[in-house]
Design a protein. Structure first.
Length: 332
């Protein structure tokens, strides 16, 4: 592979693997090589001991390959409330820390995925290395990444700048809202004032694991799960800091209690981003994750950012861990 596939003219390398458990080290080396030489890989498990489900597996492999090379596997026809698709840039940020091992130190990565089209979910992505035990990058680095995301949107839309930027920041704990979230808000607000003063900013924190649960009253005094898309906000939840927040049910479950996603709005300077529009956009994005045919627990841009951060941190080498690839979901 090293000799044959590291040329710039290669778009995709498909590797057939007999058993992921026995070939775990091989899988890691393949992904490390893809990061080092910037080409896309798709590993396919072909275990003759496992029968059935080949059609569904083939469909998923086809979807993954399509997304990895920059295609659009599907689009979702749904309303985003009063939020126009044109002029909207969604930027998702997440972090991941790898485990130390095999002579490699523990490393943290912040990933940024900029969705330049909220209908097709076409995106631009990048990553940056974190300092030890930090949950945010230096202000100059964050500003540079944010500037690149704005430029990627302008390039995709033929030099038209966004009218509104919605940031979905994951990986910030409840106790870090003022130390991390507010700091990053200031960096982005200051940058937009200097470069795109007409562009509004909405900065949100997303939380995957929340203690709150939402129930509906069923016949016979029983409790049930609410339908997907249900929202609780306002007086229904507690917010001691004064920020607007809401809980949204992203999917249906057949067992247990459905876990809602929590969104906290730290900053909003865009009039078109109303509460209903943000709720609808969040629910819409839960249907657009190209590694699963159903809905997911978090908005797809957040899932993509988390997967990218984990991919880069886990498959790092002694060389630069930051990939040169920016288009396509090569990490899913």
């Amino acid at each position: 592979i090293n000799a044959e596939y590291m040329g710039d003219d290669k778009t995709l390398v498909v590797v057939m693997m007999p058993d992921m458990q026995r070939q775990g080290d091989l899988y890691t080396r393949i992904k490390q090589l893809s990061l080092k030489h910037s080409f896309v890989t798709q590993c396919v498990i072909n275990d003759p001991r496992k029968r059935g489900g080949n059609q569904q597996k083939a469909q998923m492999v086809a979807v993954q390959i399509c997304a990895k090379v920059g295609g659009v596997p599907w689009t979702v026809e749904s309303s985003t409330g009063t939020l126009p698709a044109n002029g909207t840039l969604v930027v998702a940020i997440d972090i991941h820390y790898s485990k130390a091992g095999s002579g490699m130190p523990r490393v943290g990565v912040m990933a940024m995925v900029a969705t330049v089209d909220i209908t097709t979910m076409e995106s631009w992505s990048t990553a940056a290395e974190l300092k030890e035990d930090e949950h945010f990058v230096e202000e100059s680095v964050l500003e540079s990444l944010f500037e690149q995301a704005i430029s990627a949107y302008a390039q995709f839309h033929r030099d038209v700048l966004p009218k509104r930027v919605i940031v979905l920041r994951n990986g910030v704990g409840e106790t870090q809202i003022t130390t991390v979230g507010v700091k990053e808000v200031k960096v982005m607000v200051d940058f937009l004032k200097k470069t795109v003063p007409t562009c509004g900013l909405t900065f949100c924190l997303t939380f995957r694991h929340v203690n709150a649960r939402i129930f509906t009253k069923e016949p016979g005094s029983r409790l049930g799960n609410p339908p997907p898309g249900s929202v609780v906000d306002g007086k229904g939840i507690s917010n001691r800091r004064g920020y607007y927040e809401f809980l949204l049910v992203p999917q249906s479950v057949t067992q247990g209690c459905v876990m809602p996603v929590k969104v906290v709005v730290l900053h909003n300077s865009e009039d078109t981003v109303t509460a209903s529009a943000l709720q609808a956009l969040t629910y819409h994005c839960c249907h657009c994750f190209f590694n699963w045919f159903g809905t997911v627990k978090m908005p797809a841009p957040v899932e993509y950012a988390g997967r990218l951060a984990k991919f880069v941190a886990t498959h790092r080498t002694t060389n630069s861990i930051i990939p040169d690839m920016h288009d396509g979901f090569y990490w899913i």
